[in-house]
Design a protein around this ligand. Structure first.
Ligand code: HEC
Length: 420
């Protein structure tokens, strides 16, 4: 709780108390889950992501884990704010995380050291400038991710106050900041605490005297001079706690209800409407209406034309004129005809070699093998075929089939689901 490092056993200096270590571990777990379930959604078609979605039974699970971890992170952030205000307002600890003039001096000193002009690095206090920057980056990142995440989670409410561009902008910022945060952790944080020196104090709570000398010499000197922290009389602390506790409790309750309300508030993003199939591209049927207008002054209509309408078939032999009419409707759809090509165009990103759900649609033979839940189709019985039930129930959010495509597939299955 206090910044007063007491010597618990000889040569050990308390650096982080239990609550601080608890905050770190909760943040670490929620951060990792958010990164895993977030980056796989950002790069949803990468082989690893597809493998991951298969493993956790679909992208929907990833979204749920992402939302749950986000709530955990928000709660631990509120706990952190209350913890810091307690230290500063009640215990009157120095605000040790804000960069100050001496940090700038340390930076200049260290640059000179790296240039060979100084014999040693700067003597850091409780936190070095690098640690302060990392901490502030974390705070900034959490705020950015929280706000942009909120906009994506509750787009309709957010757009009551913001212009529509806010949603794609939030998405871009959320993904970019995520990548930045993950790389900062993997490169910067891991280098400083695991590779350069393996500093375990965030888990054990303490540093040895040797580690203190090496990493926080100015703090060590202050502790040993006995001037580190003036003890505050217990009554004074009690008095301050009487003010602090009710305010902190009110804030905690406010945020507790706030999060509870927030989670169930808007269901747009939580339960996307996946079963809806909307024909987006309609084939244009050009039928110029040749209404014989009597008045020549009327609006320019199509002049009477000699060009035959597409439906008019001149009695010419087939060899002379390439007819625009499609193939005779008598031939039933087959895999080699249209069906195979339809799947190739829409499904192979995931059902090619990657075989999501165990299903490979590359060739007719592959399709016959089916997926983890059995055959892909039952010849002659479209209504009970997996491909149809899956898409008609909306249980397959990864791809869409147009109503006419579904009809074609049903026709194909009912006609025996033939290859040729
Ligand atoms: C973006 C990736 C993606 C695309 C594109 C895709 N799918 Fe899938 N599909 C999956 C995943 C992942 C699963 C397994 C998880 C599940 O069943 O929800 C799956 C499962 C299936 C299953 C169930 C397999 C089984 O045995 O459980 C069928 C059937 C299916 N897909 C058909 C199709 C068809 C047809 C297309 C093309 C119109 C298609 N999919 C396009 C990702 C995709």
């Amino acid at each position: 709780m206090t910044d007063t490092p007491r010597t618990s056993e000889p040569q050990k200096y308390v650096r982080f108390d239990a609550l601080q270590r608890f905050q770190h571990i909760v943040f670490l777990i929620s951060f990792t889950l958010l990164a895993l379930t977030g980056l796989t959604q950002k790069y949803a078609l990468a082989p690893f992501s597809l493998w991951f979605f298969n493993l956790i039974n679909g992208i929907e699970t990833a979204r749920r884990i992402h939302h749950a971890s986000a709530i955990v992170m928000m709660i631990i952030s509120v706990v952190h704010v209350l913890d810091v205000t307690y230290r500063v307002l009640v215990l009157r600890n120095p605000i040790s995380m804000i960069p100050w003039i001496d940090d700038l001096q340390h930076v200049i000193h260290d640059i000179q050291y790296y240039l060979g002009r100084k014999k040693h690095k700067a003597y850091y206090g409780r936190y070095s400038y690098a640690e302060k920057m990392e901490y502030l980056a974390l705070i900034w990142g959490t705020i950015v991710m929280g706000l942009t995440g909120f906009i994506m989670w509750n787009p309709i409410s957010a757009l009551r106050f913001l212009p529509g561009e806010a949603v794609p902008a939030a998405k871009a910022a959320h993904g970019g900041e995520a990548l930045l945060a993950v790389l900062a952790i993997l490169i910067w944080h891991f280098y400083h605490v695991h590779i350069k020196t393996f500093n375990k104090s965030m888990f054990t709570g303490t540093l040895t005297r040797e580690e203190m000398e090496h990493e926080h010499p100015a703090e060590l000197a202050l502790i040993e001079s006995g001037k580190y922290h003036k003890p505050i009389p217990a009554e004074v602390i009690k008095k301050r706690q009487r003010v602090y506790t009710p305010i902190a409790a009110a804030i905690l309750i406010f945020f507790g209800f706030g999060f509870y309300y927030f989670v169930g508030y808007e269901t747009t993003a939580v339960f996307p409407v996946v079963s809806e199939t909307v024909p987006v591209f309609l084939r244009q049927t050009a039928t110029p209406t040749l209404t014989p207008t009597s008045t020549p002054t009327s609006t320019p209509t199509l002049p009477p034309t000699e060009t035959p309408l597409p439906t008019v078939t001149e009695p010419v032999s087939a060899s002379e004129a390439p007819s625009p009419t499609p193939q005779p409707a008598v031939s039933a759809p087959s895999w080699d005809g249209q069906i195979g090509a339809l799947f190739a165009g829409k499904c192979l990103t995931c059902h090619g070699a990657a075989a999501s759900g165990g299903l490979n649609l590359s060739t007719y033979a592959d399709a016959l093998k089916g997926g983890v839940n059995g055959p892909f189709f039952i010849p002659g019985d479209a209504a009970n075929s997996l491909i149809i039930t899956k898409f008609e129930s909306g249980a397959h959010p990864y791809a869409q089939l147009m109503p006419d495509e579904l009809t074609l597939i049903k026709e194909w299955i009912n006609a025996g689901g033939l290859e040729k």
